[in-house]
Design a protein around this ligand. Structure first.
Ligand code: UD1
Length: 428
C-alpha cells in the first residue's frame, strides 16, 4: 500500500488547532521507564509512528504498554532482554536512547548503531564516549554497540557538542550511577529539562538542567511515576507558519508552548508577522499582504531550531526579497529544496546555505517528502500552491505529526489522504 496526500491549494484557513505532546520529549521518557520496575503513566503522549516504534522495542524487551486516549500505561516489571533487534532499531534513530538506560539498569545493552539517515551522518561518538567515562565497557561487533557495566560510576564529562539525545542518554545513565556526574556543554533543549524533571521525580538528584552544566547525584534505585509530556514546540512552530500562510487566515493555536519558541517568534516579527495572545495558552498570528525576507541560522536551543527551517523556507518564498538560511546542525537538511523548486520556488542551495528569493507564486506538482520536517514543509507549500500538489512518502510526516491532514482539513484546508495498492507490485 502506498499513501499519499492530495492537496488542493489556495484556501485560507480558519478555526482552532491544538498542539499535541512533544514527540522528542515522549521518546526519551519511554526509554527512561527502563530505569525503574513497575507501572508508569505517561500523559499527553502523541500517537505518532516514532512513539509506536519505541513501544515495539519496549515490548520486545519485556514491557507491557497500553494506550487509553492520550494516556499511556507502561509496566516494566517484566523486562527480560537487553538487546534491540536490527529490524526495529533501523526504523528509528532515537533507539540509541535505550543505550544509557539499559546499561545503567541492567548492566548491559546490545544496540545496532543507527546509521546515517536522510538528513546527515549523525554519529553516536558523544553517547559512546560519555558512557565509557561513566565506566561502561564498550565493544563494537557486526555494527552493534555492546556495553557492559557492573554499576556505572559518576564522572565529569565534557560533551564535544551539546547533542540532545547524548545529553539525555547520559542523564539517564548518571541517575543510576554511583556518585556524582557533571555534564558540561550539555544540551539546553526544553525536552532535556523535561527528562531531568522526570528523573528527579523518580528519585535522582539533578541540578542545572536547562543550563550547559548539569549535576546529577545517582541513586541505587529509582521509582516509577505519573507524568505529563510537555507540548511539542516543533509542532507549535509548524502551526505558526501554517497560520501565517495567507493574510486572511484566522487560526487560533491552542496549547502553544510560546516560551520555547522565542527565536522562531522573533524571526516572524522580523518578517512582519505578529504573534498575538488570545487567552492563556492560545495564540493567533496577524500579517499583512507583504512579508519581509530574513536571515536564519540554525543552532542548538535557544537558537533557531533546525527542525523548523524547512517550514520557514516555505513562507520565505512569499517574502519580498532575498532570504538566507544557514543550516549548522545537519549537513544534508536541504533536500527539500529540490522538491520546493518543483512547485516553482526560487531556492538555491550551496553547501550549508540556502538562498530564497520571493515573492514567487507556487503551483501544484508531484513532490516527495525527503524527511519528517521536509514533508510537513511540502504539505504547507501545497496549501499555498495553485492547483493540485500530490505529496508522496507521507509516512515520514506521520513519524512526528498525528493526523496532520485531518487537523488541517478541520481548518478548511483541502487535503485528501489516499491509500492505493502499488500498481507495479500487482503487475509483477
Ligand atoms: C535531536 C532531535 C531532532 C533534532 C536534533 C537537533 C530527538 C529524538 N531528536 O536529535 O529532532 O533535529 O536533536 O535539535 O530529540 N553529533 C555528533 N556525535 C554524536 C551525536 C551528535 O557528532 O554522538 C552531532 C550530529 O551529527 C549533529 C549535532 O551533533 O550535527 C546535533 O545532533 P543531536 O543534538 O545529537 O541530534 P539528535 O539528538 O540526534
Amino acid at each position: 500500500m502506498e499513501r499519499k496526500y492530495i492537496i488542493r491549494g489556495g484556501r485560507p484557513l480558519k478555526g482552532e488547532i491544538e498542539v499535541k505532546g512533544a514527540k522528542n520529549a515522549a521518546l526519551p521518557a519511554l526509554a527512561c521507564t527502563l530505569l525503574a520496575k513497575g507501572n508508569f503513566l505517561l500523559k499527553n503522549v502523541p500517537k505518532v509512528r516514532d512513539v509506536f516504534c519505541m513501544l515495539k522495542i519496549l515490548e520486545h524487551l519485556g514491557a507491557k504498554a497500553q494506550f487509553e486516549g492520550t494516556n499511556l500505561q507502561i509496566d516494566t516489571s517484566g523486562i527480560k532482554r537487553t538487546d534491540i533487534p536490527y529490524e526495529l532499531a533501523s526504523q528509528i534513530r532515537a533507539s540509541i536512547l535505550f543505550l544509557g538506560a539499559l546499561t545503567a539498569a541492567y548492566g548491559e545493552a546490545v544496540i545496532p548503531r543507527p546509521g546515517g539517515c536522510d538528513i546527515g551522518k549523525r554519529p553516536t561518538d558523544i553517547h559512546e564516549k560519555g558512557l565509557s567515562l561513566l565506566s561502561a565497557e564498550l565493544d563494537f561487533k557486526h555494527g552493534n554497540i555492546i556495553t557492559r557495566a557492573k554499576r556505572l560510576k559518576g564522572a565529569e564529562i565534557i560533551l564535544d557538542f551539546p547533542s540532545v539525545t547524548a545529553t539525555e542518554n547520559l542523564l539517564m545513565a548518571a541517575s543510576l550511577a554511583e556518585g556524582e556526574t557533571i555534564l558540561k556543554n550539555a544540551a539546553k533543549e526544553p525536552e532535556v529539562v523535561f527528562l531531568a524533571e522526570m528523573l528527579s521525580e523518580m528519585g535522582a538528584e539533578i541540578k542545572g538542567a536547562g543550563t550547559d552544566t548539569i549535576f546529577i547525584k545517582g541513586k541505587k534505585r529509582l521509582h516509577p511515576l505519573k507524568i505529563k509530556i510537555i507540548p511539542d514546540r516543533i509542532e507549535g512552530g509548524t502551526f505558526l507558519i501554517l497560520s501565517s500562510l495567507f493574510p486572511e487566515n484566522e487560526v487560533i493555536i491552542k496549547n502553544l508552548p510560546i516560551d520555547y519558541l522565542e527565536t522562531p517568534c522573533l524571526k516572524l516579527k522580523e518578517m512582519g508577522i505578529e504573534v498575538k495572545k488570545v487567552d492563556r495558552n492560545s495564540y493567533t498570528v496577524k500579517r499583512s499582504k507583504k512579508i519581509w525576507p530574513v536571515e536564519i541560522v540554525t543552532a542548538p536551543y535557544p537558537g533557531f531550531p533546525t527542525d523548523l527551517q524547512p517550514l520557514y523556507a516555505v513562507l520565505l518564498t512569499q517574502a519580498e526579497g532575498t532570504s538566507i538560511i544557514r543550516e549548522n546542525l545537519f549537513e544534508n537538511r536541504f533536500q527539500y529544496a529540490f522538491e520546493l523548486k518543483r512547485l516553482g520556488a526560487k531556492i538555491n542551495v550551496e553547501d550549508r546555505v540556502a538562498v530564497i528569493t520571493g515573492p514567487t507564486p507556487l503551483s501544484g506538482s508531484p513532490v516527495k517528502a525527503t524527511d519528517l520536517r521536509a514533508g510537513a514543509a511540502l504539505l504547507l507549500a501545497g496549501l499555498i500552491a495553485e492547483n493540485t500538489t500530490t505529496l508522496y512518502r507521507v509516512e515520514l510526516i506521520e513519524r512526528g505529526y498525528e493526523n496532520l491532514p485531518q487537523r488541517i482539513r478541520a481548518l478548511g484546508g483541502d487535503i485528501e489522504v489516499v491509500e492505493e495498492e502499488n500498481e507495479d507490485s500487482k503487475k509483477f
